[in-house]
Every structure is written in structure tokens, then in C-alpha cells.
Design a protein around this ligand. Structure first.
Ligand SMILES: O=c1ccn([C@@H]2O[C@H](COP(=O)(O)O)[C@@H](O)[C@H]2O)c(=O)[nH]1
Length: 224
């Protein structure tokens, strides 16, 4: 992918999303549609955004029993997504069945540990140990299940890339200043994530909530 930036289009209205895309489309390589957008607008909304002509990343974070996730993957074939997310915590069988059910040209990547979590949050879910170890463990499981790659923070991507040379790595939790803000806890700059092996840089609010989204996207692109 030439421009690795995927804009997280976390907006409640299709028209607002399309207007934002018109402003920034020459500085991004794709669009990420997540739960907020998909729950509000479903297939119709995805078709509308696809008219802009950029690759579509459906960040649905599927997590259920294998049969249900496989059915959901089949139901989105028609949308021709470039990338779809599932949760690695769903287990190996779920990941295998999701990959088998996905369209041939769709990359299936597993969320390891959300970038909004730190080690204290992890411990509260009953998992003791570092974020690094948790990501490495789930990355190995995703690899063994035959997935294309994983979602992790920029703090782990270098280590994962070392173990999984041809993996496809999606990195959200990116802030141009490199400082954790709001709900994102494991944060790096877009440049660091790219240098450490990220395939896709997911960036939302630093662009969408900027006073001038076009200038913000251009400035981030210039750092890469
Ligand atoms: O671990 C994860 C997985 C997915 N996301 C998604 O990425 C964007 C980030 O948006 P920002 O506004 O740049 O924080 C958002 O759509 C999340 O759902 C993530 O942040 N962390």
C-alpha cells in the first residue's frame, strides 16, 4: 500500500463522513468503517462511502462462536472489504473459520489487545502479565490459525514484526505528539509505527476532530 493511512470514519452521519473524505482523500490510502458507522448505516452506508474510491476496511471486531462469525463473514462478501477485523480472543477455531469464510481478496486480521487498555486493565480481566506478552501470545495464535495479520499498538509492532516477517499489521492508537490522550493508552506517533513495521496506520480524531482536517492529514502524511 503506497499511503498507509486509513482514516477512522467514526461519524454518525453518512453526509458528514463523505464531506470529511472529500477534504482529506488525497492524503490517505483508505477508509476504516467501524462499529459506530456500521451499526448506524449497515451495507447501504458502506456502499455510499465506497463511491469515494478508496479501499474499505471494515473494523467489525467479530467475536462469537465459529459458526456465527463465519456466517457474518459470508454476509459481508458483497461489500468487498480490503480488510476485516475479528477478535483473537475468540480462539483458534473461530479465527480459522472466519478466514475460510472470507472473500479471497479480504485480509482478515485479529485484534490482540485494544489500544485503550493498559496492563492494569488487562489484570482486571484476569490476565496477569505485560501487554507485550499478551500481544505476542495472541499474535502467535492468529498466525497459527492462518490469518493475514493482527491489530496491535505501536508499542508492540516491532516485536511482532520480528517474529512474523510477512504479517500484515494494523496499528491504531496513533497521536502525532506521541502522548496518550483520552481513551487511548498505548500510543506512539504515526512515524514510529511505520518505522517499526506497521502495514496500516489507523488515524481518526487527530484528523476528523482537527480544526482543519485537510491540513492535519497533510501534516501527518508529511511525517511519513
Ligand atoms: O485496538 C484498537 C482497535 C481499533 N481501534 C479503532 O481505531 C480507531 C482509532 O481512532 P482514534 O480517533 O485515532 O483514536 C477507532 O475507530 C477505534 O475503534 C483502536 O483505537 N484500537
Amino acid at each position: 500500500m503506497s499511503n498507509p493511512i486509513f482514516l477512522a470514519l467514526d461519524v454518525p452521519q453518512i453526509d458528514a463522513g463523505k464531506a470529511l473524505l472529500q477534504k482529506v482523500k488525497s492524503h490517505i490510502g483508505g477508509v476504516k468503517l467501524g462499529l459506530e458507522f456500521f451499526c448506524a448505516h449497515g451495507h447501504h452506508g458502506v456502499h455510499e462511502i465506497a463511491h469515494v474510491g478508496l479501499p474499505i476496511f471494515l473494523d467489525l471486531k467479530l467475536h462469537d462462536i465459529p459458526n456465527t462469525v463465519a456466517g457474518a463473514m459470508q454476509a459481508i462478501h458483497v461489500l468487498e472489504p480490503a480488510i476485516v477485523t475479528i477478535h483473537a480472543a475468540g480462539g483458534r477455531a473461530m479465527m480459522e473459520d472466519a478466514k475460510a469464510a472470507a472473500a479471497e481478496n479480504t485480509k482478515v486480521v485479529a485484534v490482540t489487545m485494544l489500544t485503550s487498555l493498559d496492563e492494569r486493565d488487562l489484570a482486571r480481566t484476569g490476565v496477569n502479565g505485560s501487554a507485550h506478552d499478551q500481544v505476542m501470545r495472541l499474535a502467535e495464535l492468529a498466525h497459527d490459525a492462518g490469518l493475514d495479520g493482527i491489530v496491535c499498538s505501536g508499542q508492540e509492532v516491532k516485536a511482532v514484526h520480528k517474529q512474523w516477517k510477512d504479517g500484515f499489521f494494523v496499528v491504531p492508537g496513533l497521536r502525532p505528539g506521541g502522548k496518550a490522550t483520552g481513551d487511548q493508552k498505548r500510543v506512539v506517533t504515526p512515524r514510529q509505527a511505520r518505522d517499526d513495521g506497521a502495514s496500516v496506520l489507523v488515524i481518526g480524531r487527530p484528523i476528523s476532530r482537527a480544526e482543519d482536517p485537510e491540513a492535519a492529514a497533510r501534516a501527518i502524511e508529511a511525517t511519513l
